[in-house]
Design a protein around this ligand. Structure first.
Ligand SMILES: Nc1ncnc2c1ncn2[C@@H]1O[C@H](COP(=O)(O)OP(=O)(O)OP(=O)(O)O)[C@@H](O)[C@H]1O
Ligand SMILES: [Mg+2]
Length: 246
């Protein structure tokens, strides 16, 4: 339950996200190449692109976990800083969990914010379909269950912006629908979601707008309907048709 004493997450408060001439180099390799983009929409922005396009790097740069080689990222005019980052939650492509029980992974986050709130923890675990496994060590969960726990833990922090890197990568279709419903509910509560996925079906079901990157470069940023009906870059067109683009 959102705590009434704390301001409700506000979609607009951290937006717009302004990315200007963003670069990320490793040695001679320019992995993110001069990306400029402003996201000012509520709802779900999906980042798409082929394997190795730079999606995960872009998400880390947006969140401030990586320092850009050039250019900058601003959230509502502020340069990246700890305060901005604490209003966001990022769920990694490979979940990082504590070596404790499933329930303790959630309690840890709730405790550090609210004092222990068992009802809220159980609700989060139920929504993620993990209530039955709550006393189990988190490391014994399957890959897909670990992803669900990482998402539940991120939601426990009541972020204003939720950044997700392939949250359904090892999740079966029933659980994928469950996660997608959770994301829709989260969107309805006003949380801004930036979702990396290469699942085209999932992008069609969830995206309000789509950022398409190819070889570290921005190819297009469009409302979802426009992107899926008439992608303007050859790379996005090929990607949507299932042709590999490298
Ligand atoms: N620290 C690093 N040093 C060198 N190359 C890196 C480093 N981090 C990422 N890369 C390279 O940058 C490119 C983009 O990586 P990234 O993880 O962002 O891809 P991605 O779009 O998320 O791909 P996937 O769909 O497979 O998750 C890849 O070719 C990757 O090998
Ligand atoms: Mg990735």
């Amino acid at each position: 339950m959102p705590d009434a004493s704390r301001p409700m997450p506000g979609a607009a408060s951290l937006l717009p996200l302004e990315i200007s001439s963003l670069r990320y180099d490793v040695g001679e390799d320019r992995l993110i190449d001069n990306i400029s983009l402003t996201i000012d929409s509520s709802g779900i922005s999906v980042i798409m692109g082929a394997n190795g396009a730079g999606k995960s790097l872009l998400l880390r740069l947006i969140h401030g976990l990586l320092r850009p080689s050039g250019g900058d990222v601003r959230w509502n005019g502020s340069a990246l800083n700890l305060a901005t980052r604490q209003r966001q939650a990022l769920v990694f492509q490979k979940p990082v969990l504590m070596r404790r029980s499933v329930a303790a992974n959630i309690d840890f986050v709730l405790k550090s914010r609210d004092g222990q709130d068992r009802q809220r923890r159980d609700q989060l675990l139920q929504e993620a379909g993990l209530y039955r496994q709550r006393q189990q060590p988190a490391r014994l969960l399957s890959g897909g269950e670990q992803q669900k726990l990482a998402l539940a833990r991120a939601l426990a922090t009541e972020p204003e912006v939720l950044l997700l890197d392939e949250p359904c990568a090892s999740i079966d279709s029933a659980s994928t629908l469950q996660i997608e419903n959770l994301l829709r509910q989260t969107r309805e509560r006003g949380v801004k979601i930036i979702l990396v996925t290469h699942d085209i079906g999932q992008a069609r079901r969830l995206a309000d707008d789509v950022v398409f990157i190819h070889a570290g470069r921005l190819r297009e940023y469009q409302p979802a309907a426009t992107f899926f009906d008439s992608p303007k870059s050859d790379e996005a067109g090929a990607y949507l048709q299932g042709r590999i683009v490298i």
